[in-house]
Design a protein. Structure first.
Lengths: 248, 642
């Protein structure tokens, strides 16, 4: 399977060549099955549990991204559970969302070191998510900084450089990917579609065990009609970037 | 999903009678759907995280099911009383609140259980383990034991919907108010939910004139208490067959011992994950509880007799544990079964999956590596929640600090529950106390009685909090002539919980127009003399300063009302009406890099270049309140001429 290219309409046996993601967490084998190989039908993957952690700053669209992902996972017949930060979400604080899907999903929380993918909508927030990362975790991070006020009130505090963040995260996993999602979102036509760019990036990298079509359909469901094209564009730009991520 | 609909049917999905439909739902939306499926007629609430999303979803349903009546009540006690009146009048009712709201409602609740119900009545209590946005993490299962009321606790959004629907029927059957207890991870988590049918039953609202039942004089409530105890026995017997309790016993064992688990709610969901991860799902007996009070004695006995080791996995207080231990004693099983619970699990904070997995692995010597949290050389800088750009609370705080400096008098600033509580943090650090809704004025009363005149005793609260619990302590101050300065920072919305409407803007939960109640009228009515009431626009810093100084130096009970619409709400209006805001900028030639704006004022729209030592404005965040122009000692901020 070439990075997230959809496994669709296959009558034969196009079995994915590489298992594109690892889940050491539960030490459970990940099987790929064809739901109904005899008919032209989208093929869904069977997974025990796939954990995505999304983090960012209030107002960036963390919860919306989590909701979209959850909706797409449901569309592929998975059990889905999420846990989200609400309430203070619009007060500029740190906001996060857990999204888990698969056939063995009960609790909404991801255990420490249990995330398969971490999407960070802000670079320093990625540092706050390390407790969920393991050596196989894939990081997708936007590079646009939102400097917290705490920096100005305590001279000892510094906002880390992108390279410093990369170094720190690389101690845990080699799969750390920064992207100028904000810039791509601006190209797409609306800076606020940055969360969709990152979803596209993750999808394009081939590390998300969902079909591109499913995710795109879910995005469509959540955006107003006039913003459809902007979001489609944002997803496409992110996807292309993801597909270029050679190391993966 | 609540606004989700398709073209052929304009009714939002949540309000449609479409049994079998499967979708992703927030726990709170699933509860709202359960309220609809259970055919509740009257629903009332006071907003509070994590319960706040329930009522807006119910309101959407009510729009398409005209028999339903919904309201934001001014506080939880009124919400409970109003809903209970619905039950008295033979219709199904529900009151929704957060856990600490139940404390406010408890006066009514504790006696309502004596009278019992006519229409099914449910009290939703949204608890907040780990205190994500609450002042404490009280475990409201205790209210069930305290009041002799049944307590339901769902484990998933699906169960939340199903149990909610069932709760009305159960309430009617057992003639008692049902507490429906949830926790944050249930309320604020999404999962796949399959709709049931909306079962409309015939409900005609009519009062029955039974004074011996509804009047809480001792001659009525004494026999009612005796009856309540009998009803409780009945509920305990019936608990054996409660449809959301599941007892699964197995003969299998772990290391030669038969093992059992007891869990409810989110802790049960996490337990399932942990057992799966350890690969022992099929080797253990499990007692999953949906009815967490009263506990079914026979089933308890069954599992106690069956297993050698019983591990009770519950969040917060050891409520099941104590009861299981007491029963083990009663059945003479103390030496036979080993009971674990809080000896292995924390009593504070939410239970995390790895904590449960680790505890089980340790107890039974199973292989499991507890995940380690890596320590970073470069930590993420703290990002605390803060008041929004253009928030009017920040303005009045600034003025208070300024006036305090000028008068050389310290304020004891009794604070309250709302966005303004964030004034406790840097850079403002102005909130000195905060205890509970309306507590600011209450505490100020006592301080005014005993503190000397060299401090000014203030109470600081918002509009919704004032309506909720501020009126009574203000009356108290007037009556007792307690010399206090009350600041009501009126932004027309219940902002902290997501901008719900309240009497200060006069809009109802249904979106219709209600009655707007100007706070100054209420204050006047409480007996505060007119010359001791100041009302001012919160963005006009000069005027605010002048009036506030007058208020601070006056005597007697004084009320200062600063008013500006919540900036989060205002930005919506601005966008909708396509109003062009003036652009504010910093003149780098004038800015001397004193950092007053970022270090003392702290508007999130202002950033500071630590190398160039110049402030600048993030135009995407700025909402043009122009306060920065006032606070800058150099007057480096300016409005860009058009």
């Amino acid at each position: 399977m070439k990075r997230g290219s959809p496994l669709k309409e296959v009558n034969g046996n196009t079995f994915p060549k590489n298992k594109p993601f690892n889940c050491d967490l539960a030490n459970t084998p990940q099987v790929w099955i064809f739901q109904n190989p005899s008919i032209n039908k989208l093929i869904y993957m069977e997974i025990d549990r796939f954990n995505t952690f999304i983090i960012g700053v209030g107002g960036q669209g963390v919860i919306r991204a989590a909701h979209i992902l959850a909706d797409a996972a449901l569309a592929e017949d998975h059990h889905v559970r999420t846990a989200e930060t609400h309430g203070m979400a619009q007060r500029g604080g740190s906001v996060s969302g857990f999204v888990s899907y698969g056939k063995e999903v009960h609790g909404p929380l991801i255990p420490k070191q249990g995330a398969n993918i971490i999407i960070s909508l802000e670079p320093s927030e990625a540092l706050r998510s390390v407790q969920y990362a393991n050596k196989n975790t894939y990081y997708f991070i936007d590079i646009t900084k939102i400097v917290p006020l705490s920096i100005y009130q305590n001279r000892k505090l510094n906002y880390p450089q992108i390279e410093e963040i990369r170094t720190e995260l690389s101690k845990i996993t080699p799969h750390v990917h920064f992207i100028d999602a904000t810039n791509l979102a601006e190209h797409a036509g609306n800076i606020k579609t940055m969360n969709v760019v990152l979803l596209g990036l993750a999808m394009g990298s081939g590390k998300v065990p969902l079909l591109r079509e499913t995710l795109e359909n879910s995005i469509k469901k959540f955006v107003p009609a006039k913003a459809l094209e902007v979001n489609r564009q944002a997803f496409e730009l992110g996807f292309q970037q993801g597909a270029k991520t050679e190391e993966i | 999903m609540s606004t989700d609909s398709n073209n052929s049917n304009p009714i939002p999905k949540i309000a449609q009678d479409d049994p079998g439909y499967k979708t992703i739902m927030l726990g709170n939306e699933a509860i709202a759907r359960g309220i609809l499926e259970g055919n509740a007629i009257l629903a009332t609430a006071y907003p509070g995280t994590p319960s706040s999303e329930i009522m807006p979803a119910v309101a959407i349903c009510a729009k398409y099911h005209p028999e339903m009546r919904v309201e934001w009540s001014v506080n939880e006690k009124v919400a409970f009383e109003a809903a209970y009146a619905g039950s008295m009048c033979n219709v199904r009712s529900v009151a929704v609140m957060k856990h600490v709201g139940v404390n406010v409602a408890s006066d009514a609740f504790m006696t309502a259980v004596y009278h019992g119900v006519r229409g099914g009545m449910v009290l939703i209590s949204a608890d907040d383990p780990s205190q994500f946005s609450s002042q404490n993490e009280q475990d409201n299962r205790y209210y069930g034991l305290h009041a002799l009321a049944p307590v339901f606790e769902p484990a998933t959004p699906q169960e939340a919907k199903d149990m909610m629907k069932y709760a009305f029927e159960y309430s009617e059957k057992h003639n008692n108010v049902v507490i429906f207890r949830t926790t944050t991870r249930l309320n604020h988590g999404r999962a796949d939910v399959v709709f049931g049918s909306i079962d409309k039953i015939e409900q005609k609202a009519e009062f029955d004139w039974d004074r011996n039942r509804w009047v809480c004089v001792p001659s009525n409530t004494r026999p009612q208490r005796a009856d309540l105890l009998v009803r409780m026995v009945k509920m305990t017997e019936d608990a054996e067959n409660f449809p959301f309790n599941h007892l699964t016993l197995t003969e299998k064992s772990i290391n030669g011992k038969k093992v059992g688990f007891v869990a409810a709610g989110i802790a049960y969901s996490h337990l399932q994950d942990s057992l799966y991860e350890l690969g022992i799902t099929d080797s253990v007996s499990i007692f999953k509880l949906g009815l967490v009070n009263p506990l079914p004695v026979k089933s308890m006995e069954k599992i106690l007799r069956h297993v050698d080791v019983l591990f009770i996995v519950e969040e917060l207080e050891p409520i099941f544990e104590e009861q299981f231990k007491a029963r083990a004693y009663e059945f003479g099983l103390v030496d036979k079964v080993q009971i674990h619970g809080k000896d292995l699990l924390p009593q504070q904070g939410e239970l995390l999956p790895e904590t449960i997995t680790g505890a089980i692995a340790k107890l039974f010597n199973l292989e499991y590596v507890v995940p380690e949290v890596p320590t970073l050389e470069i930590p993420a800088p703290p990002r605390l929640p803060q008041m929004c750009p253009a928030c009017s609370h920040r303005n009045i705080y600034w003025i208070m600090k300024k006036v305090s400096r000028k008068l050389k008098k310290k304020f004891v600033n009794n604070n309250d529950i709302g966005c303004y509580s964030l004034g406790v943090y840097k850079p403002l650090q102005i909130a000195d106390t905060a205890l509970c809704m309306g507590g600011s004025i209450g505490m100020a009363n006592g301080m005014a009685k005993i503190l000397s005149d060299d401090v000014i005793v203030t109470a600081f609260l918002g509009d919704s909090t004032f309506f909720h619990s501020g009126v009574a302590p203000l009356l108290n101050a007037v009556y007792n002539q307690n010399d206090i300065l009350v600041i009501i920072s009126d932004n027309n919305y219940t902002s902290m919980t997501g901008g719900q409407d309240n009497p200060s803007n006069g809009i109802l939960l249904t979106g219709e127009k209600g009655t707007l109640i100007p706070i100054e009228n209420v204050v006047k009515g409480c007996g505060v003399p007119e010359e001791n009431i100041w009302v001012h626009e919160a963005y006009d810093m000069e005027g605010l300063n002048e009036k506030f100084e007058a208020a601070a130096t006056a005597k007697g009970v004084r009320v200062f009302i600063n008013r500006h619409m919540c900036s989060l709400q205002e930005i919506r209006v601005i966008k909708k009406q396509k109003i062009k805001l003036p652009v504010i900028k910093v003149n780098p030639d004038i800015c001397v890099g004193c950092m007053t704006c970022v270090r003392q004022f702290g508007c999130p729209a202002i950033s500071f270049d630590l190398v160039a030592r110049k402030a600048s404005i993030d135009q995407t965040q700025c909402r043009s309140c122009k306060t920065c122009i006032y606070i800058c000692p150099q007057q480096a901020f300016y409005v860009v001429p058009e």
